[in-house]
Design a protein around this ligand. Structure first.
Ligand code: NAD
Length: 449
């Protein structure tokens, strides 16, 4: 498609044949591979040389079902290559990290986005489309336009308030995949596409429609940014409810798993499973962006974060109390990742608890995690932990703390003669489901009588 933007300017091409995906992590790499699979030429860019080399060898460094095959297929077909620096392309997808600052403020750290935008600035030409996928505070897409306005004064930026298209189109489109099902969900999930201008929205929509089978909903950039943050704050809220209920049940001497199983028999109640806290790159981070954007009014969202961040301290204190009763015991921590069946340890409350216990009782804490090897490679703090198999852990330890219900643990037999703190409900859930079923059967038999 050729479109004349302004009468005095040369016509520019809006066709997208070559996509540059900046950031080849859990979000960027599957997107790059899917764009390539749809027939586009894709250059994946990452500042990490190991990632770039791995992709070019058709390998992936993260554990994600189906991703390795997908990437290898596209690299072999020569539709996907990886580089350390961006090159000229028709469209740029930005999928770099957006952490918060670890200085106590929880303020968003936009330095990765700013650096990714600066790195593509030189390569930009009129007709390019830039889509931000990183989960970002409201106003970030507008902010990157300002960054580029300074870096490339020769390019005209869009002016949405006056409905004027610029030389570059911009959109914000958040990713909603769940680790473990990324290669399926990236295709089937509904997608929100927030265009800075109508043309930006339309071009981003058409680009994603190359592989997205889910519905794509068009809105503006700020609404799309808010959608993503609200989704994660909503999930944080529901998990916080389960976590607080679990602490209350402990205080009242009630089995939380049985209680939830029974409460969820209400047709309009669906309490989630409690756990050791909330971790990962998203839910434990993104709600802070809302708090930072409006600290005076984001009161519930802040409290929810505090409730979930309290849970690891609570678990630690529970183990501490147990150790007062068994002062010479060794402790086994089952599960370290931030949720079951993945190799992602970012902001993991389970890892935080295990490291804290290990610091308090050095040499007396062991950990079991099916992805422990990957953890040791990636996180220098994990070097302090002794990783063992389950049977070794049960042999050595009198106290067993179940933190993450990995598949490997779910059907494991409960060891005899151990003090068990079942935060993840590995065994407690099995037993409570049985109790609840028995209780319901009893009720039915009484009422039938
Ligand atoms: N992981 C998820 O499940 C998920 C889901 C939805 C949204 N998100 C959001 O997507 C974004 C990316 O998350 P992720 O999980 O893929 O992160 P990640 O850490 O797995 O990957 C990010 C990649 O970006 C690279 N990088 C950093 N700065 C760069 C730069 N200037 N240029 C090029 N590469 C650079 C890193 O080396 C890394 O490989 C974040 O904003 C996150 O909140 C993640």
């Amino acid at each position: 498609m050729k479109l004349r933007i302004a009468s005095l300017r040369e016509p520019i091409s809006l066709e997208i044949r070559h996509v540059c995906v900046v950031g080849l992590g859990y979000v960027g790499l599957p997107a790059a591979a899917m764009f390539a699979k749809s027939g586009l030429n894709v250059t994946g860019v990452d500042v990490d040389e190991r990632t770039v080399n791995a992709v070019n060898e058709g390998k992936v460094l993260i554990v994600e079902p189906g991703l390795a095959e997908l990437v290898k297929g596209q690299v072999d077909a020569k539709r996907l290559i990886a580089t350390l620096k961006p090159i000229p392309a028709d469209a740029y997808i930005i999928a770099v990290p957006t952490p918060f600052r670890h200085d106590g403020t929880h303020a968003p750290d936009l330095s990765y986005i700013e650096s990714a935008i600066s790195s593509i600035a030189k390569s930009l030409k009129a007709g390019n489309l830039i889509v931000l996928e990183s989960t970002s505070p409201v106003g970030t897409t507008a902010h990157i336009i300002e960054v580029l306005r300074s870096a490339r004064p020769d390019l005209r930026m869009p002016a949405p308030e006056e409905a004027i298209e610029g030389d570059i189109d911009f959109a914000y489109s958040p990713e909603r995949v769940i680790p473990g099902s990324t290669t399926t969900e990236i295709v089937t999930n509904a997608r929100v596409i927030g265009g800075v201008t109508a043309r930006g929205a339309k071009r981003a929509h058409d680009l994603y429609k190359n592989f997205v089978e889910g519905d794509c909903y068009i809105t503006d950039d700020k609404t799309a940014e808010m959608v993503k943050l609200s989704e994660n704050a909503f999930r944080d809220l529901n998990i916080a409810f389960a976590n607080e209920i679990s602490v209350l049940c402990d205080r009242f001497g009630i089995d939380v798993w049985e209680m939830i199983e029974l409460a969820n028999r209400h047709p309009r109640v669906s309490i989630l499973s409690p756990g050791p806290g909330v971790g990962g790159h998203c839910i434990s981070v993104d709600p802070w962006f809302l708090v930072a954007g409006a600290p005076d009014i984001a009161r519930l969202i802040r409290t929810v974060r505090e409730v979930n961040d309290f849970k690891p301290h609570y678990v630690y204190r529970t183990v501490e109390e147990m150790m007062q009763r068994h002062p010479h015991a060794h402790i086994a921590c089952l599960g370290l990742s931030y949720k079951p069946d993945i190799d992602d340890f970012r902001e993991s409350p389970a890892l935080e608890i295990a490291l804290r216990l290990n610091a308090k009782w050095p040499g007396r804490v062991v950990a079991v995690d099916p992805h422990g090897k990957e953890l040791l490679e990636r996180d220098h703090r994990a070097g302090a932990l002794t990783l063992v198999s389950c049977s070794q852990a049960f042999e050595r330890c009198g106290v067993v703390v179940c933190l993450v219900p990995h598949q490997e643990f779910r059907f494991m037999e409960k060891p005899d003669n151990k003090e068990i703190i079942d935060v993840a409900g590995i065994w407690a859930k099995q037993a409570s489901e049985m109790h609840a079923r028995e209780a319901m059967a009893d009720v039915r038999s009484w009422t039938a009588a």
